[in-house]
Design a protein around this ligand. Structure first.
Ligand SMILES: [Zn+2]
Ligand SMILES: [Zn+2]
Length: 273
């Protein structure tokens, strides 16, 4: 039976003879059902309609995204660390060319994903590369295709390997996670943020939202907690969830000033009243 994929968010569902009547992810306020209504595709159909493109950001970090853009349009990152390769976040489109190219770079040892909007076809990726998937347990109810490859982690941080740490920030989703790689950016440290810490259009600031399509903000306290979760970690570069949303240098200071600006804005202080 096919595993249907929602065309609005890219989530792949457990096998079913008929397409699901609704997408649970899109029906919720952090996503949306497009005005044209709910439509579905399959990975086989996507392999004919889309392909993937790659961007070499820095030694050890490769972006992977779909052309043309599909669903939310995020790109994933392949991190090639000393201990092994990590797929950070996920995209729905996976084809033979992508598998061959990534195999040539050493494959994927493990997959870690920031939040449910980017779970997409994670099970297909896990099977293609014999990889484990690490998701925060707080978001377990949003796993639409359960699989033995999925490993849930609990608590505030999880060290995947020495110098590679998953950090639970919460915010956009309760289990909202970012990845810190101390060895990235030539040893100055990298954060892969998904849209848990969202790179703003000017690439000089970050922001934080419960719902991006529906413009629902987070509370000052929630964003203060994001700042506290990130405080112990050093980093220079921050990768957002789109190809061109990257803060190349000084990202730690950008995060600190962005948390302060956000809290001032929602509290109506410092000229934001
Ligand atoms: Zn959906
Ligand atoms: Zn999201």
């Amino acid at each position: 039976m096919p595993h249907f994929i929602c065309t609005a968010c890219g989530t792949q569902y457990a096998d079913s003879a008929q397409a699901p009547t609704q997408c649970k992810i899109c029906e919720e306020e952090r996503q949306y059902v497009p005005p044209r209504g709910q439509t579905w595709t399959t990975l086989e159909a996507l392999q004919h309609s889309h392909s993937n493109t790659f961007r070499d950001y820095e030694p050890g970090i490769l972006g992977v995204g779909s052309v043309s853009s599909f669903a939310i349009g995020q790109r994933a990152l392949l991190l090639r660390t000393d201990k092994g390769n990590i797929l950070w976040d996920c995209i729905a489109t996976l084809d033979r060319a992508t598998i061959a190219l990534i195999e040539g770079l050493g494959g994927i040892d493990l997959i870690a994903i920031s939040h449910p909007h980017f779970y997409t076809t994670m099970v297909e990726w896990a099977r293609a590369f014999t990889a484990r998937i690490h998701l925060h347990a707080a978001d377990r109810d949003w796993i639409m295709r359960p699989d033995p490859a999925v490993e849930l982690w609990d608590g505030e941080t999880k060290e995947l390997w020495d110098g590679v740490t998953l950090i639970r920030c919460g915010g956009h989703f309760e289990g909202g996670t970012v990845l810190h790689w101390a060895g990235g950016a030539g040893g100055r440290g990298v954060v892969c943020a998904g849209d848990i810490l969202t790179v703003a259009t000017d690439r000089k600031w970050l922001s934080f939202m419960r719902s991006y399509p529906n413009f629902i903000p987070l509370s000052a306290r929630t964003v203060e907690n994001i700042g506290k979760a990130m405080a112990p970690f050093k980093f220079d570069t921050l990768y957002g969830h789109y190809f061109d949303r990257v803060i190349a240098h000084g990202a730690k200071a950008v995060l600190e000033k962005s948390v302060a600006r956000y809290i001032a804005a929602v509290n109506g202080t410092r000229g934001y009243e």
